[in-house]
Each structure stands twice: as structure tokens, then as C-alpha cells.
Design a protein around this ligand. Structure first.
Ligand code: SF4
Length: 406
């Protein structure tokens, strides 16, 4: 698949670290099972959009292409349901227009007016009234992606405007950008801005994109490093994470704790200092894991990593032929009911079996969501602070529910 150096999907990274596009270009592109699953799910979505909204495909071709996709080794029934949900969401949107909008799937767009050599593919574009409407399907279920201020969506929107403005003239006044991530977000995430606002944003990123394209960008490590191909071998990231003298400011005795030290208390870190250290060391753990992953792969590829070797990890005993082993247990006189366990499916398994809609209708009333275990988060995190009182109440409510069902 062809990729732009400054792709829309990596825009959040190259906008923050303008050195990253040229730096990571030296490392080979890799793919993962997750990425391949995503590609298959997108192909299903595209096919269903074409069938539902366009005349470009007849039922026979649709069925044959659908069956072919379903034979893919990574196909899962869940994809059929999430792509159906995607179509439902698009249908609801289309029904919101006074007259049926134009709908296109997998539209290649060019945003090189703002980003050198920039192009990409929009999953679905709808145009009706004064609105240009872009929807991006996300199959991943790791991190929820939001539409608000999302540079990937805005770049797609700029490309789509360039494509459709010549036909629609000044009719298009607003742009709605939506992310549909049905596996982890039941609500769509959307942002609507005016065409003028979008173009003004495009102007602000032009110089950043030029710098990133030029190869004279600045290395700026941060959260965005985790999707960079050079994340393990990047010196800038290593420098930040090994700048241990940075921590000294947190630990050097101040006049105040020198005073305390005289009374035996200066060696104890205050909660304020611990808060500071947590911020400064935030990326250390992930960086170390990335180094480990890189080193293990290098060793397995026959390279040397000074002072390290690959060894076999822990493993558990398993049967070479489970059916034969179980048959032997039964033959030895043990009742089959003792050999096999009859277990219900998990909540998620049942939801996958029934689909979200039927699951909600038939057994939604039995679902409760207890408060999660307390976990540490920076103040900028959007979640409410953990409340012990709420946890006690949630535990009590759960107890009542269990009591009622027993
Ligand atoms: S690892 Fe981080 S700092 Fe280094 S190039 Fe990639 S994004 Fe930039």
C-alpha cells in the first residue's frame, strides 16, 4: 500500500516531532495482525457502503465479494456486526438530510496544498445541503479516538473539499468529521466546523508540514513516540529518558529540607516531589519496554546486543493430543461430567454472539458496571477523581444485585 511521507494518520506525531517522518523513513515498515484485521474490516465496510448507498454493485457481485472477504483467515463474525453498525450509523446520518446526500466510499483525497505530497483515503464522504460530512471507521479497540481537533480528520476534510468544491461551488459551508469506533465507543465522536475555520487551520499547519518534510525538523519525544518506527533506536528519546540529572532537581536538598535533614527528615521524599518524579519519569517504562522488544527481535534475527541474550521464557504443560488424553481419562473410569466443565460464555462473548442491539434489548437489564479499581492518572485526565464513598456504594449496590439474583 502506498503511503505519504506525511500521512494524515500520523499527523499528530509529525506535528509534534517534525523530525520523525524523515527519521523513521530509514526503518522498514512492518505490519501486525491488528493492522491486517483493520484492513479486512475496512474492506467489509467499503463493500457494504457501495451496496447500500450506490448503484455501483449488483447483489451477485456483492455476495461473491462478501463471501471472499469472509474466507479471509482473520475474518471474525464481529466484523460483520461492526460493519453493519457502521452502515446503520451512516444510514441515520443520511436520513438527517432533506434530500438524499451524495455518498462515496474509500475516496482518495489530495491535501498537498497544505502538506507536501499529502494524500489519503476517506472511508466515507457524504455531501448534502451545505455540509461536507466525513466518517472514518476505526476497528481498533485499544485507545478511543476522538474527532475534536483531530488533525487526521481535518486533513482528510481539506482533501475532500479540494475534490468536491469545484462541483459544489460555494454551497459547502460546513464540515462534519466523525469517528466511528464501534468496538469500544457506542457513541460516535463528531466535530463540525465551518469551511473557513478548516481552511484557517490548514494555513497554520503549512509551516509545520514544510519543516517536517524538509528533513530539518526538531526531535520532540512524547506520548506520540509509541507509534514511531524509530521509537527504540531514537537517540532523542533515549536522551530524554536517560537524562537522570533531570531528576536531581527533585532530589537535591533545598534550604527547607536541609533544615529538615538536620532533624532527620530530609531523606524522605515529600508527596509534592513524588508527584514531580512521576511526571518526569512518565515515559521511562514504555521506552524501556520498546528497547526490550527491539533487542529481542534483533537477537532472534542473529544480531548481537552487548550483554544480552534470548532465552526460552516460562511455559506451561499442555497435552500433545487433548482429545486422546480426555478419552483415556474416561476409559479409566471417570464420568464424562467430571471430565468436562460446562461454562457460560463471558459477557463480552455473549455480546459478540448476539450483537450489541439484541444483547441490550434482551439482557441489558442484567448488566451492571461496578466502579473500577483505583488507578493513578495525571490531573489532566478527563475522568472524575476516584471516590471511596462511590466505591462503597457501588460495592453495596453490587451486593444487593447479587443477593437479589441468588
Ligand atoms: S521516537 Fe519520538 S522523538 Fe524520536 S523521531 Fe520518533 S516521534 Fe520523534
Amino acid at each position: 500500500m502506498e503511503h505519504a511521507l506525511l500521512s494524515a494518520s500520523s499527523a499528530a506525531r509529525w506535528m509534534a516531532c517534525t523530525a520523525s517522518p524523515r527519521f523513521e523513513a530509514q526503518f522498514p515498515e512492518t505490519t501486525s495482525e491488528y493492522a491486517e484485521e483493520g484492513r479486512l474490516a475496512h474492506a467489509l465496510c467499503e463493500l457494504k457502503v457501495l451496496k447500500k448507498f450506490t448503484n455501483s454493485i449488483n447483489t451477485r457481485t456483492y455476495n461473491s465479494r462478501l463471501n471472499k472477504l469472509k474466507k479471509g483467515p482473520l475474518y471474525a463474525d464481529e466484523m460483520d456486526r461492526t460493519s453493519d453498525l457502521y452502515i446503520e450509523h451512516l444510514t441515520e446520518k443520511a436520513m438527517g438530510y432533506d434530500i438524499p446526500p451524495l455518498v462515496n466510499a474509500e475516496v482518495k483525497v489530495d491535501f498537498s496544498e497544505y502538506v507536501p505530497d499529502g494524500f489519503g483515503t476517506c472511508d466515507c464522504i457524504m455531501i448534502g445541503g451545505d455540509m461536507l460530512d466525513i466518517t472514518d471507521y476505526k476497528h481498533g479497540k485499544g485507545v478511543p479516538v476522538l474527532a475534536e481537533g483531530n488533525p487526521q480528520m481535518r486533513l482528510y476534510a481539506l482533501g475532500a473539499l479540494k475534490k468536491y468544491e469545484p462541483f459544489y461551488g460555494g454551497m459547502i459551508k460546513r464540515v462534519r468529521m466523525t469517528i466511528d469506533q464501534p468496538r469500544i465507543q457506542s457513541e460516535l465522536s463528531s466535530e463540525t466546523i465551518t469551511v473557513d475555520e478548516l481552511k484557517a487551520w490548514g494555513e497554520t499547519i503549512k509551516p509545520i508540514a514544510q519543516t517536517a518534510f524538509s528533513g530539518f525538523g526538531e526531535f520532540k519525544p512524547g506520548d506520540h513516540c509509541r507509534f514511531c518506527r524509530g521509537k527504540a533506536q531514537c537517540r532523542a528519546r533515549a536522551d530524554v529518558n536517560t537524562a537522570l540529572e533531570d531528576f536531581k532537581g527533585c532530589l537535591l536538598p533545598t534550604a527547607e529540607n536541609r533544615e529538615k535533614a538536620q532533624h532527620g527528615g530530609g531523606n524522605v521524599l515529600t508527596n509534592a516531589k513524588i508527584g514531580e518524579l512521576l511526571v518526569r519519569g512518565k515515559d521511562l517504562v514504555q521506552w524501556y519496554k520498546d528497547l526490550e522488544e527491539y533487542a529481542l527481535n534483533a537477537l532472534l534475527n542473529g544480531e548481537e546486543i552487548a550483554g544480552w541474550k534470548a532465552v526460552a521464557g516460562r511455559s506451561n504443560r499442555t497435552f500433545s493430543d487433548q482429545d486422546a488424553a480426555l478419552a483415556a481419562v474416561i476409559a479409566a473410569g471417570y464420568d464424562e461430567s467430571l471430565v468436562y466443565e460446562h461454562k457460560p460464555k463471558t459477557l463480552t462473548g455473549l455480546e459478540e454472539l448476539m450483537g450489541k442491539k439484541e444483547f441490550a434489548e434482551k439482557i441489558g437489564q442484567f448488566v451492571i458496571k461496578p466502579l473500577g479499581k483505583p488507578t493513578l492518572a495525571p490531573m489532566s485526565d478527563k475522568r472524575e477523581p476516584y471516590s471511596t464513598a462511590a466505591a462503597d456504594f457501588s460495592g453495596a449496590a453490587q451486593g444487593e444485585q447479587q443477593g437479589a439474583s441468588s
